[in-house]
Write a protein that binds this ligand. Structure first.
Ligand code: NAI
Ligand code: MG
Length: 513
């Protein structure tokens, strides 16, 4: 058992190399969290040790935080068996009683919020002000919201028979919003009377394991929530398990396609003895357009652009990573953006003043640098505001002694055919393009294989409604960006996946009607 003094990790973390005329004094988070040397799997209400384990690392310090269990197919089998045996009793509970458990989880997340925020930041690299103000409160909000639905499901889909739970749900989540994604998946499943086997991403398992502790503390019946940690092999064992009734996946488009193929090929007996296909929802990647019209309030739009792409180091599936600016205000917008970006503080994620934290893993850091190289090689112009060096990859990544860090940057003179304009980078890299007319904006914005989100900035209401209706995107934000609420459905078009999470639409994926 180790107690981690967050102040200690502050001292070893990197600071931006470029000189600014004045800077904030360090404001390290003072909460201490206890991290075990080693974690097991949470199956049937018990902690199960495994022989195989792997390191989970703090990407800001590159130091190991703990050893996490690598679950194999037999562990997944145990977890599914636990979820199956818990299912009949859980499903038969009156909705009001299930709701009470969800309310308790929500309240316990709130009570342990500081600890969860620090842990989320240490394990994943996101700035403490984001985990404290966004991730953890939203995770609690998802449990509160779905607690409210648990006894009202009969009213959720008017005109249809009372919905029934599906059974055992296998849920696989990514590393960009670890606890929040766990809440997005678990809360609606439980509210509807399903049981769960959830696998967190391998770089960010610690808050999901804390959530398992919380389930235990509030007396959730054993087997209702099972947390199995591990890499893609564990995920595959979940996807292929014959007694899982539904798969919910959030992650890369590549793995999403692989899962869709596996599920499509499979016919298996369900718990009820029927033979039908496993249900599936996929929330995958994006390359979302962010459109700025000449009549927008430019200072507000610039804040929106920054929030759209640099929130969580750009590790956001709906990040506004393709910026379209109307030609008449392009230069002015970029000048203001440049100025605003040079004030973003990059560095120690546990410092309360940090705006942009650590890149989640070495692997993701390498992916981002490859894309920056590709952008330069294809002829786009790299701009790294606040850096005195000429704009090269090292002006984005250089000057940090330890940890994986990237300064926010953008490419201008981007062609729609450039890789930085087409592919998901998942880092603090913005591709800037322009347009002349609303028609051209629509055409260029929709010219993508993705369709997760979009943003529009304009003063004119009629333009907003006309554009929003024609953008092929699951979420369209108007004069704002990256706002999330449990009552609002979220999901994609095209290669961004299918199915919705949140709101009444999200419940549909967890019931049969
Ligand atoms: P990934 O899709 O491999 O990982 C997501 C989750 O899927 C993790 O829990 C992982 O363990 C699991 N997984 C991996 N292989 C699997 C398999 N064969 N069957 C079942 N589960 C499996 O994403 P990765 O490799 O971490 O990131 C690569 C790229 O994916 C990123 O650069 C980014 O562009 C994109 N990405 C998109 C996310 C989103 O929210 N849309 C989230 C994470 C990554
Ligand atoms: Mg980690």
């Amino acid at each position: 058992m180790t107690t981690v003094d967050t102040k200690a990790s502050t001292r070893s973390a990197a600071a931006p190399s470029h000189a600014v005329p004045w800077d904030y004094a360090p404001a390290p988070e003072s909460v201490k969290v206890t991290i075990q040397d080693r974690y097991g799997l949470y199956i049937g209400g018990k902690w199960v040790a495994t022989n195989a384990t792997f390191d989970t690392v703090n990407p800001a310090t590159e130091q190991s935080l703990s050893q996490v269990a690598q679950a194999d197919a037999s562990h997944v089998d145990q977890a599914v068996a636990a979820a199956r045996s818990a299912f009949p009793v859980w499903a038969a509970l009156p909705g009001k009683e299930r709701g009470k458990y969800l309310f308790r989880i929500a309240r316990r997340i709130q009570e342990r919020a500081r600890e969860l925020a620090v842990l989320e930041t240490m394990d994943g690299g996101k700035p403490i002000k984001e985990s404290r103000d966004i991730d953890i409160p939203l995770a609690a909000a998802h449990f509160f919201y779905h607690a409210g639905w648990a006894d009202k499901l009969a009213y959720a889909f008017p005109g249809q028979a009372a919905p029934k739970p599906i059974g055992v749900c296998g849920q696989i989540i990514p590393w960009n919003f670890p606890l929040l994604m766990a809440a997005w998946k678990i809360a609606p499943a439980l509210a509807c009377g399903n049981t769960v086997v959830l696998k967190p991403a391998e770089t960010t398992s610690l808050t999901a394991l804390r959530l398992a502790e919380i389930c235990d503390e509030i007396g959730l019946p054993p087997g209702v929530v099972n947390i199995v940690t591990g890499d893609g092999r564990t995920g595959e064992a979940i996807v292929n398990h014959p007694y899982i009734d539904k798969i919910a996946f959030t992650g890369s488009t590549e793995i999403g396609k692989r899962i869709a193929r596996a599920v499509a090929e499979e016919q298996r007996p369900t718990q009820s003895g029927r033979t039908d296909a496993k249900r599936l929802t996929l929330e995958l990647g994006g390359k979302s357009p962010h459109i700025i019209f000449e009549d927008a309030s430019l200072d507000q739009a610039v804040e929106g652009i920054v929030q759209g792409i640099f929130f969580n180091q750009g590790h956001v599936c709906c990040a506004g990573s393709r910026l379209f600016v109307q030609e008449s205000v392009l230069d002015e917008t970029l000048e203001r953006l440049n100025r605003r970006m040079s004030t973003l503080r990059v560095g120690d994620p546990l410092d309360k003043n940090t705006d942009v934290g650590a890149i989640n893993s070495k692997q993701q850091f390498d992916t981002i640098t490859r894309y920056i190289d590709a952008g330069i090689a294809e002829g786009a112009e790299l701009c790294v505001p606040g850096s005195d060096n000429p704009s090269t990859v090292s002006s984005v990544t250089g000057g940090f002694d330890v940890g994986h860090f990237c300064r926010p940057c953008f490419f201008r003179n981007v062609q729609p055919s450039h890789r930085v304009a087409r592919e998901e980078i998942f880092g603090p890299v913005l591709a800037v393009l322009s347009f002349r007319t609303p028609e051209e904006a629509i055409q260029r914005a929709n010219n993508t294989r993705f369709g997760l989100a979009a943003g529009i900035w304009t003063d004119k209401g009629s333009k907003i409604f006309d554009m929003a209706a024609r953008l092929e995107a699951g979420v369209v934000w108007l004069n704002t960006y990256n706002r999330f609420d449990p009552t609002s459905p979220f999901g994609g078009y095209k290669e961004s996946g299918f199915g919705r999470e949140g709101g009444r639409h999200g419940l549909r994926a967890y019931v049969t009607t």
